[in-house]
Write a protein that binds this ligand. Structure first.
Ligand code: PA5
Ligand code: NI
Length: 181
């Protein structure tokens, strides 16, 4: 199976499944709930989209997902993915940043944390057991590819409960990592 990705806009072809994530879908992930509610009264903003392709054969089950995060911020906090840990504790992932700039946050949710600066061309291996979230700190689209095993599973609940150790805010127009207590 061969797919084509347009690196300028993150459009994948063919693409059997597109999942949009609106502000209402990741409402609880942003710190400033008052600002979230104010924005939601006006518009349910599209924060990012996932374009997904499962490679199924009789003996293997890889999947590829292209994520397009639109630029912007909510209460000073940059647009980001919901973030998750894989349900299976033996499942890693590879992320490849195709376009844009930002950070990949990696967090065990048990005290260990890393923020990897990202730009087009950056490839990061996400070890099993590490929660992962991508932040778009740029003024343009951020596009990245994730490759993982179909059985990995996505645990969003643990991230909603524990939260990442740092949030990324725009401070004087520049990204700043702010530790969460
Ligand atoms: O499998 C992955 O890690 C990615 O394809 C993500 O699912 C994608 O980037 C969207 O992020 P999230 O699943 O946290 O909403
Ligand atoms: Ni993942």
């Amino acid at each position: 199976m061969t797919l084509t990705l347009d690196p300028e806009n993150g459009i994948l072809d063919p693409c059997p499944q597109i999942t949009p994530r609106y502000l209402s879908d990741l409402k609880m992930m942003f710190k400033d709930q008052q600002v979230v509610d104010e924005i939601l009264k006006e518009e349910n903003r599209l924060i990012y989209e996932i374009r997904y392709y499962p490679f199924r054969t009789s003996k293997s089950d890889m999947a590829l997902a292209v994520t397009r995060i639109f630029p912007g911020s909510i209460g000073g906090e940059y647009h980001m993915t919901k973030g998750h840990k894989h349900e299976r504790d033996d499942q890693p992932e590879v992320y490849y940043c195709v376009k844009g700039e930002g950070f990949l946050l990696l967090d065990t949710l048990e005290g260990e944390f890393q923020a990897i600066p990202w730009r087009a061309g950056t490839i990061t291996h996400i070890p099993p057991m590490w929660a992962h979230r991508v932040i778009n700190t740029g003024t343009d689209l951020l596009v990245f590819i994730g490759v993982f095993h179909l059985s990995a599973g996505h645990d969003y609940e643990i991230v909603a409960q524990k939260g990442f150790s740092y949030r990324v805010y725009a401070v004087d127009g520049k990204p700043a990592l702010i530790r969460q207590t």
